[in-house]
Design a binder for this molecule. Sequence first.
Ligand code: 6AU
Length: 266
Amino acid sequence: MEPEAVWGMRWKNCANPLSHRIMEIAVKKKSLVCLAADMASISELINLIKEVGPYVTVLKTHVDLIQDFNPEEWSVLTKLAEEHDLLLFEDRKFADIGNISQQQMAGIHDIRSWAHIVTAHRISGPDIVDGIAAGWADVERIGGILLLAQMSSRGNLLHNEYTLETIATGKASPHVLGYIGNGSSADDVAKLRNLVGDAQMIWTPGINLDSGAGKMGQRYGNPHDSIMSGSDIIIVGSGIHRAENRSAAAKLYAEASWDALIQRGQ
Ligand code: 6AU
């Protein structure tokens, strides 16, 4: 299948080259799954990649959860991810002023040198986007930013006006690949898609086939509803990495996401 036939308007209108790469891998693997690989060690992450690699398009990390982080072993992991055709997404949720965000792209974890995608909050002002892009430019790389326009957690402060400002910033910057939306609510995702239009992606966390599994205020919706209401990538964490058979779980989420995309049509 050709990506333009599957993704339709999204393929046609998304200008960011990384979004096309994501859509291509998604078609190749028939999976709109980003795995939230919230592991505590590099070896656990490596094992997880080996189990679920074929069913996952993007690997999302929280590198500050890794207790044994060291750059040498991390490069083994990034190489393995590349072999599995997995894009790396560091969910750093940058929130500081632009200049500090640029410096935080370096530091001990050197996110700028391996992450294709990062998250950022819009809270400090629009310049955070340029700060992060400058971080990538420092090592002659280009990446994509996902701005948090909504969240899945209960009681969050990302109200309508904040969401509108976030989208305005995102639309004005070539570095912004798209937005994080609230996967636990199909209505919220549909509203966000309406505001965003067709030229940027929406990725949704808060996805679990067991809707009652949320802990500490996390809320869940399902893959089908989220994609049908306008999400392009579902972010699934514990639904996969806590499953008894992680490979089978990843396959299940991949199939649900792919079937919904085909049903959504163009
Ligand atoms: O499926 P879970 O609940 O095990 O994991 C959800 C993952 C976690 C969160 O840090 C992240 O998704 N997340 C985000 C992201 C991606 O930025 C935003 C949000 O609103 N809710 C959320 O859970 O790694």
